[in-house]
Design a protein around this ligand. Structure first.
Ligand code: COA
Length: 183
């Protein structure tokens, strides 16, 4: 478990289902992160059960003022095929996140990602962390920029954005040395 001023980052629990279902149905949430919005409650239950058991560094984000599960953030092995133009180091990790749309714009994901970076670099001693966003995903890019990730490449026409137009994938990275220097 990780804790910040406003957030608790912990494992998902079966009792998160109502908050999870609320978030995964949102048409502006999953599709911006590359997966379709859920339309069936049972599929959300199934997914929640699966992620609780098999995903080690996947955190449910609880917003303390509302005692509500509002998002998720994962530190995972870097999906090298996603960064196929880069020479990804062994042991590199990648961060992915989504937040309930009702909670956007309060600095929640910046706060959550900072806690995960601290954990990854200072507890797990990870050396390199990658993150990326569709160019059209301004909010995600801004979170990454605010935290100090540096642009290291891009993949042209990575995928079709939610408005139907092609969008590039902006690739960013932070090293442990940079984290320790800038914190
Ligand atoms: C990306 C996401 C997690 C951001 O979460 P958040 O808690 O709202 O982010 P924060 O509040 O910490 O920061 C968002 C920043 O983007 C800025 N922003 C958001 N939309 C913007 C826009 N259209 N134009 C310019 N800036 C924008 C905000 O002003 C803020 O920057 P600031 O602090 O300098 O003002 C959230 O929008 C989300 O869940 N999106 C859908 C899923 C997703 O895109 N996941 C990432 C896939 S790469």
């Amino acid at each position: 478990m990780l804790e910040t001023e406003r957030l608790i980052l912990r494992n998902f629990k079966p009792t998160d289902i109502e908050d999870y279902w609320e978030m995964v149905q949102m048409p502006n949430v999953g599709p911006r992160a590359g997966w379709p919005a859920y339309t069936e409650y049972d599929k959300a239950v199934e997914r929640l059960e699966k992620v609780q058991c098999v995903t080690p560094n996947l955190f449910a984000i609880v917003y303390k003022p509302d005692n509500k599960m509002v998002g998720s953030i994962e530190l995972m092995d870097c999906k090298v095929d996603r960064y196929s133009n880069l020479d990804i180091e062994a042991g590199a990790k990648e961060i992915g996140f989504v937040l309930n749309e009702k909670y956007w714009g309060k600095g929640i994901m910046t706060e959550a990602t900072k806690a995960v970076l601290e954990y990854a670099f200072e507890v797990l001693n990870v050396e390199n962390i990658y993150i990326g966003n569709a160019r059209a995903n301004i909010a995600s890019g801004r979170v990454q920029e605010k935290l100090g990730f540096k642009v290291v490449g891009e993949v042209k026409n990575y995928r079709i954005w939610v408005d139907g137009t092609p969008t590039d994938f902006i690739e960013r990275k932070m090293t442990r040395v940079e984290w320790l220097k800038n914190k």
